[in-house]
Design a protein around this ligand. Structure first.
Ligand code: AMP
Length: 415
């Protein structure tokens, strides 16, 4: 079912959102995720439905933890939604609160992960334990009961938590089994995220340029390999620069370098060559002797960094090269910064990429920014409204781009 075609009038909708917002002293420090879910929540209320909102917060690992209680965000959600939101302090025993819910009203359930059934992983037993498999099987059965209980509250199910769509949890996937095809659907945020991934994976306008940065090649290798089958140019930047340079015998000083991943780096180069993908890497680096914002800087070739120095940002030649590689692109994916962008004095490489992406977008490219740190970059440089789409999902986005089917999507679409 498509949410825009569903008749919510007089119905109770249970909606999985991602309200895993950062808190400091009980106050929300970034409400992006709450804002992200509003279009879906408001649509359901406007169409005469009642909302049962469910989410996780943090990693309580199946235990009740006051500091991870969603009661802390009730006021903020009420203000954002424009209706007073009620609260059920036990998500698996909320029948009375649900029964009292009227059209146009909203109820927030307590943190789903206070129950280990949500994640479906046995607690207090290690994978190595011989009894683990049996415990896992038992927990999976309990997970079904938990999902069934949540499903019993509502007439329909809406999945709008892209940030956890890569997890097969009770509330993100298993619950969908208890609704017919006509009574389960993706929310508006999920629809947008899925369309954005589709634009860079299946509906590619060329040239397609991907920019992969961040700290390590090992954590991005799956996505890099997948992209090598799709892109025309791949910019590899950030900390992985030095693993590639060292793999060819370069000197990288104290730079971040995965010495056990040289074969992975060389394999990436070989695959790029085989697929006719242009790999773009930094010829130079802005270096420092200390890992701090105020450390004096010097530029060295990325493969000739003296022993006491480390590369913390893309150098001036690299910045020009990256900008030139991005210019003229029609599809752009950016994941991961080009340097330690958190330090204002070492963010010029990431800024150069951000500006080039914004310019290409102004000239008609579709640009998708994904993964926590590149989103932080775009926000830091004030470019959020100059790119096409900023994904709310970190792990989920990366898995989708790796070509994996997300359980949260499959549960609705039956793929
Ligand atoms: P990731 O989580 O793998 O996307 O990595 C993001 C992190 O990589 C950010 O916190 C950056 O500060 C860090 N990073 C990027 N370039 C470097 C570098 N040259 N040296 C150390 N850390 C880096």
């Amino acid at each position: 079912m498509e949410i825009k075609n569903y008749d919510f009038k007089g119905k109770k909708a249970i909606v999985r959102v991602d309200f895993n917002v950062p808190l400091q002293d009980g106050k929300i420090t970034d409400d992006t995720r709450i804002r992200g879910a509003l279009p879906t929540l408001k649509l359901i209320l406007e169409k005469g439905g009642a909302l049962i909102i469910m989410s996780h917060m943090g990693k309580p690992k199946g235990k009740v933890k006051a500091e991870l209680s969603l009661s802390q965000i009730v006021d903020a959600v009420s203000a954002a939604l424009g209706v007073p939101v009620k609260f059920a302090k036990d998500c698996a025993n909320a029948d009375a609160e649900v029964a009292a819910l009227k059209p146009g009203e909203a109820l927030l359930l307590e943190n789903l992960r206070f129950y280990p059934e949500e994640e479906g992983k046995p607690v207090g037993i290690e994978k190595e334990d011989p009894a683990y498999d049996a415990a896992k099987k038992e927990m999976k059965a309990k997970q079904k009961d938990f999902a069934k209980k949540l499903a019993s509250y509502a007439d329909c199910y809406v999945m709008d938590a892209f940030g956890t769509a890569h997890r097969k949890h009770a509330s993100t996937a298993v619950i969908a089994d208890y609704f017919g095809a006509d009574d389960k659907m993706l929310g508006l945020l999920m629809e947008k995220e899925v369309a954005a991934v589709d634009a860079v994976l299946n509906n590619i306008q060329r040239p397609f340029v991907a920019i992969m940065g961040g700290s390590k090649v090992s954590s991005k290798i799956g996505i890099i390999e997948n992209l090598l089958g799709k892109v025309d140019r791949l910019i590899l930047c950030g900390g992985m620069t030095y693993t590639f340079a060292a793999a060819h015998g370069g000197k990288v000083g104290k730079s971040i370098c995965e010495t056990d991943k040289f074969d992975v780096a060389l394999g990436v180069e070989e695959l790029a060559k085989k697929n006719g993908v242009e790999l773009v890497m930094a010829p130079d680096a802005i270096c420092a002797e200390d890992f701090n914002n105020d450390a004096p800087q010097k530029v060295f070739p990325a493969n000739a960094i003296p022993d006491s120095w480390e590369g913390l940002d893309a150098g001036p030649e690299a910045q020009k090269k990256f900008a030139a590689a991005i210019k003229g692109a029609k599809t752009i994916l950016w994941n991961g910064p080009a340097g330690v962008f958190e330090f204002d004095n070492f963010c010029s490489g990431s800024r150069a990429i951000g500006n080039a992406v914004a310019e290409a977008t102004a000239e008609g490219a579709f640009s998708l920014i994904g993964g926590g740190d590149s989103v932080a970059c775009v926000n830091k440089f004030g470019l959020a409204d100059k790119v096409s789409y900023i994904s709310t999902g970190g792990g989920a986005l990366l898995e989708a781009i790796e070509g994996k089917v997300l359980p949260g999507v499959a549960a609705i679409k039956g793929e």
